[in-house]
Design a protein. Structure first.
Length: 532
């Protein structure tokens, strides 16, 4: 009860009048405060090139897809040829080799985020990370697998038709290469403290990687910009939006009365999130490695049941997707439906090219950066190629890709109707899935945010507690209010992360290739020793 009172007091100070108004008055005040800056940032980040009267493509989307295509060719289709190697690494097949690795790097001093000299991570033989490969993958997946997999896919198909599914799969496959690049760099340039705590992500490879090339100020500018956007995105899209949608789904499905329901649910969610994030990446990884497989099994399992019961429609569905993808209307609609709406509402939920996932992957226990880069390329495959595609196939097979007579349902409601048409009352299970998706996204984005926060303000206990407390306050606010402009603002901040990150990936790509070759050579030697 004391915690409840303290939280109420803190919210009252930060947002005067909030606890005395659950009406549109508060929502309007918050939205009006964010709307001007949200409009400016959104117009810059999502500046679009008009293709014709009805179709325009945001510049940030072009950058993401162009970058993913470039890395796919530059690394000679590592997303395809190394797919099964990635699975073996995730299962721990080469853990002994990685723990016993001896660095081949020469001792090289770099500039850390605080201006002092540090050595490359590979020189730190006592500490090699905090979590294993599977836990790092689960932590990153818990941030990407979310409402975009359920609601965003329905929106994409609604705009682009069944053919949008093809472009979604293609985008997911290409995104695997971007993820490989950024997560390899995340491990290569991470900082490891004496107690083993890891700090990594684009902030660090932009700072240190560019400093090696004599571009210290430019790298620092990009890193600070990225960190600021990450903090903002963690409060908004990674927190408030998730809490808001989970709360709405709970209220709708269980018919909970309005009033203080949102605030009460927000308190519960905040307490649950707080219990996890207080333990840092190890606790987050421990929870994620249980939640992510559970989500995948329940959701994908239900989808497979529906596909199995409608096995006679599988060929028709594939044909519909294929032919729909290459008609003039569907190509434009598919690109808009999958890519543009993916940017706006996480259809591109795998975040490949955004750089956020490299923060979680940086904490892995390995001395070979490319090992985690290879593990990370599974993330877009699971998130987009498997889970998003399963949603799309269910919607198409059940016929809900066509607006039903008299229906105004969209997003998650369409997906719910599609599942319910075959599995009665699945909307209750879907509500549970939505809640888990939201919860897992929040705990992982809290780690992204706090890593960026500490990069900006210092790695002190005070900064740690401050960020977590503010994060939990925003959880309650997100669950309690309708924050349209805030969400638009945070969406723009998340995708603003793309600009400095892609610059860093292109500049540092040759180093990724070196790390990849070093790791592959180590595996060959390891296999040769085992054979002897």
């Amino acid at each position: 009860m004391k915690l409840f009172k303290y939280l109420r007091a803190l919210i009252s100070v930060m947002f005067p009048g909030f606890l005395h108004s659950q009406t549109a008055g508060l929502d309007e005040k918050i939205n009006s405060a964010f709307e001007p800056i949200a409009n400016v940032i959104s117009s810059i980040v999502f500046y679009s090139i008009r293709i014709n009267e009805t179709v325009s493509i945001p510049i940030v989307l072009i950058i993401l897809i162009s970058g993913a295509t470039y890395f796919t060719f530059y690394f000679k289709f590592t997303n395809i040829k190394d797919f099964f190697l990635s699975i073996r690494i995730t299962r721990g097949k080469y853990d002994d080799m990685e723990r016993g690795a001896v660095t081949v790097h020469t001792e090289e001093h770099l500039i850390d985020s605080n201006g002092g000299d540090i050595l490359k991570t590979a020189k730190k033989e006592d500490h090699i990370g905090e979590v294993n490969h599977f836990q790092a993958l689960a932590s990153a997946l818990s941030a990407t697998v979310g409402l975009g997999n359920i609601a965003g896919v329905a929106v994409a198909i609604g705009l682009g038709g069944p053919g949008a599914t093809f472009w979604m799969i293609l985008a997911g496959l290409l995104g695997m290469s971007s993820k490989f690049t950024e997560c390899t760099l995340g491990v290569k340039y991470r900082d490891i403290e004496p107690d083993g705590t890891v700090h990594g992500g684009p902030m660090y490879y932009l700072t240190k990687g560019f400093a090696k090339r004599g571009w210290t100020k430019f790298g620092k500018f990009l890193a600070v910009f990225f960190a600021i956007m990450t903090v903002g995105g963690s409060f908004g899209g990674g927190n408030m939006f998730q809490a808001n949608q989970a709360t709405k789904q709970l209220i709708n499905i269980f018919g909970i009365e309005a009033g203080y329901a949102g605030f009460a649910i927000g308190i519960v969610i905040a307490l649950m999130v707080g219990l996890v994030i207080i333990g840092g990446i190890k606790r987050i990884a421990s929870v994620s490695e249980k939640i992510v497989p559970l989500m995948a099994i329940v959701y994908v399992g239900a989808g497979l049941i529906i596909v199995g019961l409608n096995y006679d429609k599988i060929g028709w569905a594939i044909s519909t997707i294929y032919h729909g993808a290459f008609t003039t209307t569907a190509v434009a609609g598919g690109l808009v439906g999958v890519m543009v709406q993916g940017i706006k509402r996480a259809v591109f939920s795998n975040e490949a090219g955004v750089g956020s996932a490299s923060i979680a992957h940086s904490a892995v226990k390995t001395k070979y950066p490319a090992s985690e880069g290879l593990v990370s390329l599974l993330e877009p495959f699971i998130d987009t190629v498997v889970i998003c595609t399963m949603t799309a196939v269910v919607i198409i097979i059940t016929g809900y890709y066509v607006q039903q007579p008299g229906s105004t349902a969209e997003g998650v409601a369409v997906t719910s109707l599609a599942f319910n048409s075959v599995i009665p009352h699945f909307d209750i299970v879907l509500t549970f899935a939505v809640f888990l998706f939201a919860f897992s996204t929040m705990i992982s984005w809290s780690y992204y945010g706090i890593t960026a926060w500490k990069y900006l303000f210092g790695r002190t206990k005070k900064m740690d507690i401050t960020y977590k407390l503010v994060f939990l306050v925003f959880t309650v606010i997100g669950a309690s209010a309708s924050l349209g402009a805030v969400i638009d603002f945070s969406d723009a901040m998340i995708f603003a992360m793309v600009f400095p990150n892609i610059i860093g990936l292109i500049v540092l790509a040759p180093e990724v290739k070196e790390e990849y070759n070093r790791y592959i050579a180590a595996i060959r030697n390891f296999k040769a020793r085992q054979a002897n």
